[in-house]
Design a protein around this ligand. Structure first.
Ligand code: ADP
Ligand code: ASP
Ligand code: MG
Length: 429
């Protein structure tokens, strides 16, 4: 089975980008079997803000934000097709469905309301992109990922029901030979409730398709030529890693290298499907390849930066040990609120962990920890993670910066630093 391709928000952020995507696809020999597409540009952030407005956490009006989303998408449709194109009516229908879904779920728990509203970004974007590909003569079949990707009901971080998902995808691919185009990020439970796979989860969606369709490969098209040993937008001297093993790619993405979602690798690894990370801006540039074999990038010192970290210093309230019972309880609360410990360090009577500063989830976590624990919080931190660090790298990056806390294993060292003391741009030696 030919490849699956994934295109992220930057590759379809406006009408010119969608035109460019169309040209790129027409040049691919052999053509891909399926496309997975994210929401346009920063639409998912806009939908999260819309949801907060709807739930009263934000002063900005829900109606104004919905109107802005409509303007964005209809504006791109008008630029691509002119006025009164049929796709405009499809977009209007989706916006009405989003509004209705929001009203139906406004009293539901936040994660359920989230999935039924924020997931619409990908439905809107794929409707536009599919219409454009049809316009330029690429026969596509638009598919609703809610009918293909079957998940459990862990809203905002849904797990995949693999057998059913694979059965539905292979049946579709057998029935329809056209280029399949579907949404990243979303799925639905067997009962039909809309779910999402976690922020940035479209890479994972593409890996699910590649796995279930037995694809020859997965190519993720990015605005950078491949995976680097640091974010090239923030770090000078970052160098591209041409070959990486799945295992090292998991380590880097799990620690926060934003270029691939960490859930992407396992479905590929299970069938030894190679992953290529390539630039849609410079398609001829050498890409990065990730596969089962060890790669030359596996041991290269690499730097990962994560901003907006909140350090929680948690102690049992009554001078108890931070024993397995307490650890289980605290980490259980973390998991329930969809929070991930990006940094974790345990001593006899304290647990220190750093999480992404998501105000609502943090507030709910602190409520759950309640009277049983004393929690001190430090905000405004940057987490610096170094893989395979050497002395020169440590000195170049950490140098004399004030360190809030740090820890190291044989292969990974981490520092929590006050963000306001960190440089605007970093530099590798
Ligand atoms: P998508 O369009 O698929 O959502 P993202 O914006 O999530 O793409 O990921 C691409 C961005 O990831 C790049 O623009 C780059 O700034 C950033 N990035 C962070 N770490 C790395 C890394 N180690 N290598 C390459 N890019 C990285
Ligand atoms: N649109 C979703 C997000 O921005 C999923 C993705 O782009 O991968 O998180
Ligand atoms: Mg992304």
């Amino acid at each position: 089975m030919p490849e699956v391709y994934k295109f992220g928000g930057a590759s379809i952020r406006d009408a010119d980008a969608i035109r460019h995507l169309g040209e790129l696809l027409t040049r691919q020999v052999p053509p891909p079997r399926a496309l997975v597409v994210s929401a346009m540009g920063k639409t998912t952030n806009a939908l999260e803000a819309l949801l907060d407005a709807a739930r009263g956490d934000d002063s900005g009006g829900y109606r104004e934000r919905l109107a802005a989303l409509r303007d964005d998408h209809l504006g791109v449709a008008a630029a691509l097709f002119g006025t009164d194109a049929p796709v405009a009516a499809d977009l209007e229908r989706l916006l009405a469905a989003l509004d209705a879904a929001h009203r139906r779920h406004r009293d539901a728990p936040y994660p359920v309301h989230y999935d039924h509203t924020v997931g619409f970004g990908e439905l809107l974007s794929t409707t536009l992109v599919a219409a454009w590909l049809d316009e330029i003569g690429l026969a596509t079949r638009w598919c609703d990922a809610r009918e293909l990707i079957v998940t459990d009901d862990r809203h905002q971080a849904a797990g995949i029901v693999w057998d059913e998902t694979c059965a539905r995808l292979t049946a579709l691919a057998t029935r329809d030979q056209r280029l399949l185009i579907t949404q990243g990020f979303i799925g639905a439970t067997a009962a039909g409730a809309m779910t999402t796979l976690g922020r940035e989860g479209s890479d994972f969606s593409a890996a699910i398709l590649a796995h279930c369709l037995d694809a020859e490969g997965l190519t993720i098209w990015k605005d950078v030529p491949g995976v680097f040993n640091a974010d090239p937008r923030r770090v000078d001297n970052a160098r591209q890693l041409e070959r990486l093993s799945y295992a090292e790619a998991v380590e880097q993405s799990w620690h926060g290298a934003k270029v691939i979602h960490p859930r992407t690798l396992a479905p590929l690894q299970r069938k030894a499907i190679p992953l290529t990370v390539r630039s849609f801006l410079e398609p001829e540039a050498t890409p990065s390849r990730i596969g089962p074999e060890p790669g030359d990038g596996d041991r290269v010192p690499a730097c990962i930066l994560r901003d907006d970290q909140r350090l929680l210093d948690i102690r049992p309230a009554d001078f108890r040990f931070m024993d397995e019972g307490c650890l289980g309880e605290v980490l259980g609360h973390l998991a329930r609120h969809g929070l991930h410990a990006n940094f974790l360090e345990c001593e006899a009577m304290r647990l220190r962990l750093a999480i992404d500063a998501r105000p609502r989830a943090c507030r709910e976590l602190l409520d759950d920890l309640g009277e049983a624990y004393r929690v001190e919080e430090t905000c405004g931190l940057t987490l610096l993670t170094l893989r395979h660090p050497d002395a020169a790298l440590r000195q170049a990056l950490v140098g004399d910066l004030p360190v809030v806390t740090e820890k190291a294993t044989a292969s990974t060292a981490q520092w929590l630093l006050p963000s306001d003391a960190c440089p605007e741009r970093w530099r590798l030696p």
